[in-house]
Design a protein around this ligand. Structure first.
Ligand code: Z5A
Length: 215
């Protein structure tokens, strides 16, 4: 096998990303790694965690945006090693699209798409992104409301910004496609099967080389 494939799961809060990342990781095991952003175990991740969980911990919107991006950059070497040297697949929970969509949704002067994307330019790009959409709100799912951005009206704005971000970052030749999966009223197993249907051909296809895609 040439390099492993990089599969990203994105979605709004409590859409079931972590649940599905774990299912996909198990399906691809032992030839896979699962990862998540924010990666809260690093020093930068610790600051992000403090910001998300402690509403009295303030920092400028620009600063937290750059910290989320730095958190991705500090894991690039590991991602490259896993895909290219170890030839394992990566199943990722949130990444660049979340970084841009959540910051755009704050509608801060000067933090437009180009500003938000600038610091992520050059990051390793997924081979496929799956975006989980629930046409009913996720706010009745367990845990919703505990962290900073978990408010219904903000989440609606984030959804709009995800759509814009997918359009802006789409490639002409459809490398790194985004697959939207409607999870409304679907069980965890039904969603798992829908994801597998789109991911299986990607992980099953041979890469022409070890070359990685980049944003
Ligand atoms: N953020 C950002 O601003 N900038 C960035 O660059 C990045 C992130 C990377 C924390 O992210 C925040 O960081 C997030 C975006 C921002 N904003 N907020 N708030 P996070 O990923 O750490 O946290 P999260 O979005 O809240 O994710 P989560 O807790 O991991 O939720 P989830 O993964 O989507 O859901 P889940 O844990 O798989 O499921 C939630 C519950 O629903 C659980 O009880 C499941 O059993 C249940 N569930 C799952 N699927 C189903 C189905 N199909 N039916 C019924 N119940 C289900």
């Amino acid at each position: 096998m040439t390099r492993g494939k990089f599969i990203l799961i994105e979605g709004l809060d409590r859409a079931g990303k972590t649940t599905q990342v774990n299912r996909l990781y198990e399906r691809l095991s032992p030839n896979s790694e699962s990862m998540k952003f924010p990666e809260r175990s690093t020093q930068i991740g610790g600051l992000i965690n403090e910001y998300l969980t402690n509403k009295s911990f303030q920092m400028p919107d620009q600063t937290i945006h750059l910290l989320f991006s730095s958190n991705r950059w500090e894991r690039q070497e590991y991602i490259e090693k896993t895909l290219v040297t170890d030839k394992k697949h990566i199943v990722m929970d949130r990444y660049v699209y979340s970084g841009i969509a959540y910051s755009l949704a704050k509608e801060v002067d000067g933090m437009d798409f180009d500003w938000c994307f600038g610091c992520d330019k050059g990051l390793i790009r997924p081979d496929m992104t799956v975006f989980l959409v629930n046409s009913k709100s996720n706010d009745n799912r367990e845990g919703f409301g505990k962290e900073r951005y978990e408010q219904k009206c903000f989440q609606e704005k984030v959804h709009e910004k995800f759509d814009i971000t997918f359009q802006k970052l789409a490639t002409k030749d459809n490398t790194s496609p985004v697959q939207i999966i409607d999870v409304t009223d679907k069980s965890i197993t039904e969603v798992e099967e829908l994801i597998w249907k789109v991911v299986e051909p990607v992980v099953g296809a041979k890469s022409a080389s070890n070359q990685l895609l980049r944003f």
